[in-house]
Write a protein that binds this ligand. Structure first.
Ligand code: HAM
Length: 418
């Protein structure tokens, strides 16, 4: 039986085929994400993968709603697998915001599901690092998030030569739209056209813009001028003070597809433009109010970074580390009458925190040694009984093949000495 298209299996390294996904690389990415988030003072949260359909239909915008995995559950509820984390976060924050001092800085690494057309960098499930700040309207919060985004990519070995943050503003586009007589009811349609400008044929974009009373030339002129608004200038200034100014450039091609963004928005791209967006986010000051039916009003902002494009980029730039199996020791059991004593030693070593494995079933000694090598064991340990009946252990350094004999009680100390 095959797996569903757009879904992935993750294998331990070495992965069975060149295009197989690596569980070890995924762990490496998750570790970099959470370690960087913690360095920035973010706390971890999570929510359910299945939510009410309604949470997404009103809040995320038409594009994502068209990609929902939704169904009626056995209790007759309309439900959907989460296509993104932000509405869940807004729901959770609204429910208990009084318990938390503002600003709230939270992160999560959910698996998300979107019924998208499969293409390079886009699958039907992905893991997404989400970092959000709630309860702070100062532009310093926008800069803090962008700095976290930059540093989480740097933590994986990527540099300014690899990626850039394209910074834009829904406010700037809103002003452009209003000043030229745009009808407020069409604003989201207009944003959607801008969002697709780089991916769609110019004639198609021009026709759609014209239907809303805009010319492609005027739109292109605005993008080319790229004049930072006061809010963007404040963000750039803040990032420059951290020495991160070079990572960001104002680019009004970015507007973001999701409906709820209200202010500065941004996306991370590889500098050569070979991949889809690595990450995207921005301010969504009205979402918590919308999700809570007007009960809670909290300014908010955040970003999401997917694992798919990121893993592709790391592999292409040869930044995916060589991830191999490793064990502190492999316990050889060549004499089955010593299995119980060997198990007792294995258990003591594991209790002490060492990574230890052993053969589950009787096996030839050369097979056992091969297995120790496969599992990346630093040492082999073999329990033996001396002529006078005492239990000893033969500890061998796999790399140097140097061997020592010690009483079983001293094995832990010997292994700890490294
Ligand atoms: P998004 O732009 O829809 O934003 O997704 C963010 C990132 O998730 C993308 O840049 C991409 O790396 C990854 N991604 C999205 N869809 C797929 C897919 N089908 N396959 C692989 N990767 C994908 C959001 O989801 C917002 N909720 C982010 C956010 C958090 N805004 C504020 N807080």
């Amino acid at each position: 039986m095959d797996r569903l298209p757009g879904f992935r299996d993750f294998y331990p390294e070495p992965v069975p085929t060149a295009d197989a996904w690596s569980a070890d690389l995924r762990r490496h990415i998750f570790n970099a994400w959470s370690a960087t988030a913690r360095r920035y003072g973010f706390r971890e949260y999570d929510g359910p993968p299945l939510e009410t359909l309604e949470l997404f239909t009103a809040k995320s915008g038409a594009e994502i709603v068209g990609q929902l995995y939704n169904f009626t559950d056995k209790g007759g509820r309309e439900v959907a697998l989460r296509p993104e984390m932000t509405p869940t976060l807004a729901r959770m924050a609204a429910a208990h915001e009084r318990q938390y001092k503002k600003p709230v800085k939270w992160f999560a690494i959910p698996q998300l599901f979107r019924y998208e057309r499969q293409q390079k960098g886009r699958l039907r499930e992905h893991f997404q690092f989400n970092a959000d700040i709630l309860g702070e309207s100062d532009r310093a919060a926008d800069a803090e998030l962008i700095a976290l985004l930059i540093d989480s990519l740097r933590a994986l070995g990527l540099t300014r030569a690899d990626f850039v943050i394209r910074l834009s503003s829904r406010n700037a586009w809103q002003e452009f739209f209003a000043q030229r007589g745009g009808n407020a009811a069409n604003a989201y349609d207009f944003y959607q056209i801008i969002d697709k400008l780089e991916r769609e044929a110019p004639e198609a974009s021009a026709a759609k813009l014209q239907a809303l009373g805009f010319s492609l030339d005027a739109v292109r002129g605005f993008i080319a001028a790229g004049e930072p608004t006061a809010e963007l200038a404040a963000i750039l200034h803040n990032l420059a003070a951290r020495g991160l100014g070079d990572f960001v450039k104002v680019d009004y091609n970015v507007i973001r597809g999701l409906a709820y963004y209200t202010g500065p928005v941004f996306e991370a791209f590889d500098v050569r433009g070979e991949f889809r967006a690595i990450a995207g986010g921005g301010r969504y000051d009205n979402l918590v109010k919308l999700v809570s039916g007007g009960k809670v009003d909290l300014p908010a902002l955040g970003f999401g970074m997917g694992d798919v494009v990121l893993a592709e980029l790391l592999k292409e730039r040869r930044l995916a580390p060589k991830l191999v199996a490793s064990l502190d020791a492999f316990c050889l059991i060549e004499d089955e009458t010593l299995r119980a004593d060997s198990l007792s030693l294995v258990q003591r070593l594991r209790d002490a925190g060492l990574a230890v494995d052993y053969p589950l079933a009787p096996a030839k000694s050369d097979k056992q040694f091969k297995r120790a090598l496969e599992l990346g064991a630093v040492r082999t340990v073999k329990v033996e009984r001396s002529a006078d009946g005492a239990l000893l252990a033969r500890v061998k350094n796999v790399a140097t093949r140097a061997e020592e004999r010690t009483p079983v009680a001293a094995v832990l100390d010997l292994l700890r000495r490294g």
